[in-house]
Design a protein around this ligand. Structure first.
Ligand code: BES
Ligand code: MN
Ligand code: ZN
Length: 498
């Protein structure tokens, strides 16, 4: 994975190397340790702020190269806006803004102080994690590096009030960041590299962290009767897989929480083939599964005190002589039959069997599934919010709150029996599309038929998992959306002794 940056923590008194990064508020005030670090450069800052109309607004920057009166090769002043109003996610963002400017150098020191005093350990840790998230880049397949490219690695020292406490708070945050970057990596990988078996192999590497990983092959899935999932994969030369990951960090025997991901490693649409324009983006149709693997990494690496199941359905949706046809009727593991109307509505078929398997085998406290399920969710919500559908108000509220806290936002959409009629079939128990209107809703309504009575939420991440605009903490096409959201959900409500 990307090691473009190394983050460490030092006391305020340590002399800065390379770039010096400091924070001010909207009155351009600095804290005491910051003033000390600035020394005679304080006057330079005042002049530069005036000239460039820098007002200290949140995430605004004042960038002074080779500043007078100080050793640092570069001085970066970042606005913290109104510091009293800052939330956790804002500290990630401040770290991201800093990294965006200083990664072109070999070293930087970020003074984790606000005008009112040292940032808390958690805040300083969030700055450090934001730096790491911003630094991630996917350049494995670029063989020619330009001369003016950034150095291979930047050493970032976060100067903190309580160094030991900041380090302690950073460790879990950094593990979560690793999970986010793992998810990004999986989404970014090309589909000739990351086909179902290869994806299962990557997921199996979680064993190193103490995760139990079970891989179901086609024979095992056939025995289980997973006809919906297998029908999608049957047109591909690449065999399908289901991967079940278990992290047992909670009390022995305690009911687990469960996360389910759509892992369509490439979605051509099948016989209902997609048009050529932009089809390459369908390598990211496994963004839900990537998030689940990244989340399991995060939970295991930070030794979360929870029992968690991660389950992903891995297929490639291809058209060939053996491919599924419109008109085919398949029997899902639940026994319910499905008439295939459009082979491009494949994600719900994959999830149908994995959801049923998890619901009936593990009886989890809840299931959250993530899927790049419908283009329609982008029409409805754009790339800012994932669509959320749920049969459980408490779970929905908790997800909404976790979304606000992390900035990985969700917007609740409706379910209801009125929509259910749209997926009734003339020939089978249901059909796999519900027509043009409310396409994201009928897809969710379809999934609901496979969750039994388990509290459940479905996140349609087609607009957020890939191709979303760059942010201060993400410059990558694959965003890793959902890892921080669900880690927060677990930490806030499902961990023993927190
Ligand atoms: N993977 C796509 C949805 C998608 C589209 C994700 C664009 C990300 C970007 C999904 O399998 C699909 O093809 N959905 C169809 C459903 C339709 C055939 C009912 C869609 O959204 O058009
Ligand atoms: Mn499709
Ligand atoms: Zn798809």
């Amino acid at each position: 994975m990307s090691d473009a940056v190394k983050v460490g923590f030092v006391p305020f008194s340590t002399a800065a190397r390379g770039s010096l990064v400091v924070f001010c508020d909207e009155t351009l005030k600095f804290g005491a340790a910051t003033r000390k670090a600035l020394g005679a450069a304080a006057a330079t800052v005042r002049r530069a702020a005036e000239v460039s109309h820098f007002k200290g607004k949140l995430a605004a920057t004042l960038d002074i190269v080779a500043p007078d009166g100080i050793k640092a090769e570069r001085l970066l002043v970042i606005g913290a806006g109104k510091p009293a109003a800052l939330k956790d996610k804002d500290f990630f963002r401040l770290g991201g803004v800093a990294a965006g400017k200083v990664l072109s150098g070999a070293a930087a020191t970020i003074v984790a102080e606000l005008p009112s005093g040292a940032m808390t350990a958690a805040q300083a840790a969030a700055v450090g994690a934001g730096v790491r998230l911003r630094a991630y880049r996917f350049d494995r397949y670029k063989t020619k590096k330009k001369d003016d490219d950034a150095p291979r690695r930047t050493d970032v020292a976060v100067a903190a009030g309580d160094v030991a406490a900041a380090r302690k708070a950073f460790a879990p945050q950094s593990h979560v960041a690793d999970g986010v970057m793992l998810a990004r990596e999986l989404v970014n990988e090309p589909p000739n590299v990351l086909y179902p078996v290869a994806f299962a192999r990557r997921a199996s590497q979680l064993r190193k962290l103490g995760v139990t990983v079970e891989v179901l092959d086609v024979k095992a899935m056939t025995r289980l009767g997973m006809g919906a999932l297998l029908g999608v994969g049957q047109g591909s030369a690449q065999p399908s897989r289901v991967v079940i990951m278990k992290w047992n960090g909670g009390k022995r025997g305690e009911q687990p929480v469960a996360f389910v991901g759509k892992g369509v490693c490439f979605d051509t649409g099948g016989i209902s083939i997609k048009s050529a324009g932009g089809m390459e983006e369908m390598k990211g149709d496994m963004g839900g599964a990537a998030c689940v693997v990244g989340l399991m990494h995060a939970l295991a690496a930070r030794k979360a005190r929870v029992n968690a199941i991660g389950a992903i359905g891995l297929v490639e949706n291809m058209p060939d002589g053996n491919a599924q046809r419109p008109g085919d009727i398949v029997t899902s593991m639940s026994g319910q039959t499905i008439e295939i109307i459009n082979t491009d509505a494949e994600g719900r078929l994959v999830l149908a069997d994995v959801l049923w398997y998890v619901a009936t085998k593990f009886k989890p406290k809840f299931m959250v599934d993530l899927a790049t399920l419908t283009g329609a969710i982008m029409v409805a919500l754009g790339t800012e919010y994932a669509g959320m559908f749920s049969n459980d108000d408490q779970l929905a509220e908790r997800l909404t709150a976790a979304g606000q806290a992390t900035g990985e936002k969700v917007w609740r959409m409706p379910l209801g029996p009125e929509y259910d009629k749209l997926i009734d079939s003339r020939f089978a128990d249901m059909k796999n599309t519900g027509g043009r209107h409310g396409g994201s809703i009928t897809a969710a309504q379809f999934l609901q038929r496979f969750v039994d009575d388990t509290p459940w939420a479905h996140l349609d991440v087609a607009g957020t998992a890939m191709g979303a605009p760059k942010t201060d903490i993400n410059q990558s096409w694959g965003s890793g959306y959902g890892v921080r959201l669900l880690d927060q959900l677990v930490a806030d409500h499902y961990e023993a002794g927190r």
